[in-house]
Design a protein around this ligand. Sequence first.
Ligand code: MN
Length: 399
Amino acid sequence: MQMDVPEFALVIIVGANTTMRTNFINKHFSNSEIVDSSDLKAIEKRLKDRLFTVVVQEDIQPKPFQKLARLTKKYHCKPVAFVINLEETTLISHANEAFHQIKKQANQVKTFTKNHRYNGIRKIYELKSINEINSSTLYRYQLLCNKQDEIGPFDIIGDVHGCAEELEELLIKLGYKIETGKNSHFGYKITPPKGRKAIFVGDLTDRGPNSPKVLRMVMSMAQEKKAFGVRGNHDDKLYRKLIGKNVKLEHGLEETVEQLDKEPVEFVEKVRDFLGKLVNHYVLDRGNLVIAHGGLKEDMHGRASGKVDSFCLYGDTTGKTDEFGLVERLNWAAGYKGEAAVVYGHTPQKEPIWQNNTMNIDTGCVFGGWLTALRYPEREIVQVKALEEYCEYRRPFYK
Ligand code: MN
């Protein structure tokens, strides 16, 4: 059996037979990863530091598991349980006096598996025989957000929102060569200056005059591995629309849908697949750079959870609406103390300014502002002015 575990996880080992358990642990984990299950402080410290952690939980009552589940939630860490549940035929060979005890525990383990799927521990591997333990392989996979090996240089581009002409102009200004033709991906062949890649902070579509063209350019670069992007709230909503979810056609989505209606079905299907594969944030350049549409607090970098996802898409929100009828947003960047530079978009700003090593590069192009790129690691700003005000912004950002 191959078992998949994310690079950042809390592994909880449950099982009746000490020898088998020890075999299993020695086979797959190193001593430094194992922490006493009662030492919650030590577990918490490791999860805070984003370290792969293994605990043996002998007591299979719900309480200790709830404590562990709470910790994994707090640190956006995936809990994975391995239940070593040897069948009775194996158990029968044990000494008589131990037999009843083991059998009782085995039954408890069965109940455990059933209960804990509802306790936040959704990933549970059950090992039922010595053979299964011996032949098991464990694969530690990298989280999708981990692009630490990509070191740049990058041209990070703010919210495009269908402003295709401005995007073309910006790419040219950044030194990209744009060719069109039938033998290219989606009608475009875009070549960055040597060694560079473009990164989009999300919100490629909606409100602007030509979302399909923006998608063609970006998807063509992505196909050639010359660009990638994170998911913005508008990309997310368009995706949900394209897979048939019931979403409201508003905030410019109605225009994108209308524009896409004129495109070939095969292209729209490719758009759907492209949007579906977007990742919500990236940690790049050996941990020195983080890209997320709505920004990202330090304690969420390189982690995966529903809360992290929603922060990436919508930023730090209070859940209330402001005087302009827009979602009230908190300035997470004001309290940011992290070492990684965080580059994001989502909320239009008059100017891109560094604040505690974070920069919002959404300068409201679709609202008549600018389309902004940040050259990284140079930290140079390259901008083009919007050709027109395509949409009126309800909140004055030019103040
Ligand atoms: Mn936006």
